[in-house]
Design a protein around this ligand. Structure first.
Ligand SMILES: Nc1ncnc2c1ncn2[C@@H]1O[C@H](COP(=O)(O)OP(=O)(O)OP(=O)(O)O)[C@@H](O)[C@H]1O
Length: 270
């Protein structure tokens, strides 16, 4: 197996005169989590969408499992695209409210022609089990579930096609803090079980630190740091990354106070 699942090489994206992605070089290896962190507007979602094939690139290459997918329209890359799935931020709008959970889970399998509906239905209980939801969830509707449970359903839907990479765009930021922790643990557990890789987009460096092997930090459309999680977040040279970490919300008031003090010290030194 190749040691790189997705390789972004000198990727640029322009929206009109706005240069949004600037010479992005980023790799994700099989089975690892790369956290993509940065302030609002730094280009994280644009990069995630480009890798998913639902957003444009102006130049450069995106190579997925050895094949150049930049410049190939999503409709023309059905087979390979099935190996990349997505989990988005908002579990309230990402699930069709008029479909049962079973229909939501089997839709991608049937749409890709990977199985007939009856065969796909047989996989539903396994998918629910993978995200720790009960079997009887299958015949219910999204409105009957909490935000955290809906995000579990979205994860199960992403897993239905046994992807090699899941682009997770702020998948826990709409959830309360204790639910966030449980869903993050689920992501880790699924990775250990299936070997799936994640590109994990977040504005919250503390969330990214919890889940990532490597972290890329974006600022103004550029990757300003990329390395092992501990290196990136602990290096005192990197004030920008430190600020992101300190600015991230935390539940624990003691840690919150510590962070505020550290941020004040950092501001004084800047
Ligand atoms: N389709 C588009 N047309 C024009 N400009 C766009 C488009 N999509 C994104 N942009 C611009 O590109 C920049 C980066 O946006 P992007 O959503 O990638 O940032 P982000 O880091 O994901 O931010 P957030 O954390 O707020 O989601 C922003 O200035 C945004 O306005």
């Amino acid at each position: 197996m190749s040691d790189v699942i997705v390789d972004c090489i000198g990727v640029n994206t322009h929206f009109g005169a706005h240069h949004v992605l600037k010479n992005i070089n980023l790799t994700v290896r099989p089975g690892e989590t790369v956290g993509l962190v940065g302030e609002s507007g730094s280009g994280k979602t644009t990069l995630g969408r480009a890798i998913l094939g639902i957003g444009p690139i102006s130049s450069g290459r995106i190579v997925f499992e050895g094949q150049d997918i930049g410049g190939v329209a999503p409709r023309d890359r059905k087979g390979r695209a099935a190996s990349i799935q997505a989990v988005f931020q908002d579990p309230y709008t990402s699930l069709n409210p008029s479909m049962t959970i079973e229909d939501i889970l089997i839709e991608p399998i049937v749409a890709r022609g990977q199985a007939a509906k009856a065969d796909a239905a047989a996989q539903v209980h396994k998918l629910l089990d993978q995200v720790a939801l009960p079997k009887d969830a299958a015949q219910r509707y999204p409105r009957e579930f909490s935000g955290g449970q809906r995000q579990r359903i979205a994860i199960a839907r992403a897993l239905a096609l046994s992807p090699h990479l899941i682009v997770c765009d702020e998948p826990v930021s709409a959830l309360d803090l204790s639910t966030q922790a449980r869903v993050l643990d689920l992501f880790v557990e699924i990775q250990e079980r299936t070997g799936v890789a994640y590109l994990f987009v977040s504005h919250d460096l503390s969330v990214v630190r919890h889940i990532s092997h490597r972290v890329a930090v974006m600022r103004g459309g550029e990757i300003v740091e990329f390395g092992e999680c501990d290196q990136v977040t602990a290096d005192p040279q990197h004030d920008y990354t430190k600020r992101l970490l300190l600015a991230a919300p935390v539940a624990d008031p003691v840690r919150q106070a510590e962070r505020r003090a550290a941020l004040r010290a950092l501001s004084r030194g800047a």
